[in-house]
Design a protein around this ligand. Structure first.
Ligand code: E4P
Length: 217
């Protein structure tokens, strides 16, 4: 499963990339707002950090303006994936851009039927939002299970990008269900590393090593 980082914080991306934990990045208008930086500038910087897909979202609601915005965004770098909302205009934009060889991430997906439409429109990625689904009392991971089944039934190439990830169990479930990609905030990716027995083990080994009186090198 590929790991994308869901952030516009370039210091965090750089740091995780050094550990090989960044296969791509997703941003959205809220994350850009949180960064306090200029949208195009931050996308360009992220594209320089990772060669993987970097999702940059259009903000227009009509197809024509979405295409104009996509034109600006895709000029930034070859690894920009245009993010469009799951609306009829978003699907039209998806179809036009992917037919032209541009990667498209169809976002704000909340049903398996919506995911089916995105695949038919040629989406590179579909982003089902599991956390926001959980928030309203549904089991977001069941959505991933349904989409996996449907995509496998019809051999769609669209990659399932599990989004709105809030905790490590979302990532574990996504991997077990065979999701292609997950995108999570940096702090959730860091949570995967931690285990109290790892910390306790290091502590024990170092205590015993100290008693040997040796050094390495
Ligand atoms: C995905 O591309 C979105 O940016 C993101 O996962 C949204 O997550 P949220 O529901 O935590 O805002």
């Amino acid at each position: 499963m590929k790991f994308f980082v869901d952030t516009a914080d370039t210091a965090e991306i750089r740091d995780l990339a050094e550990s090989g934990l960044v296969d791509g990045v997703t941003t959205n208008p809220s994350l850009i707002h949180k960064s306090g930086r200029k949208f195009l500038e931050v996308v360009e910087e992220i594209c320089g950090i990772t060669p993987g897909p970097v999702s940059a979202e259009v903000v227009a609601l009509d197809h024509e303006t979405m295409m104009k915005e996509a034109e600006v965004l895709r000029k930034i770098a070859d690894n920009v994936a245009i993010k469009v909302p799951l609306t009829i205009d978003g699907l039209k934009t998806c179809k036009a851009l992917t037919s032209d060889g541009t990667m498209v991430n169809v976002t704000l997906c909340f049903s398996a039927n919506q995911a089916l439409l995105a695949a038919k429109a040629g989406a590179t990625f579909i982003s089902p939002f599991v956390g926001r689904h959980d928030d309203i009392g549904f089991d977001g991971m069941r959505l991933i299970e349904d989409i996996r089944l449907i995509y496998d039934n019809y051999m769609f190439d669209t990659e399932i990008l599990v989004a709105s990830v809030r905790h490590p169990v979302h990532i574990l479930e996504a991997a077990k269900l065979g999701a292609d990609v997950m995108t999570a905030p940096p702090q959730v990716i860091r949570q995967l590393i931690k285990h109290p027995l790892t910390d306790k083990g290091i502590e024990g080994f170092l205590a015993d090593w100290g008693k040997t009186g040796q050094t390495i090198g």
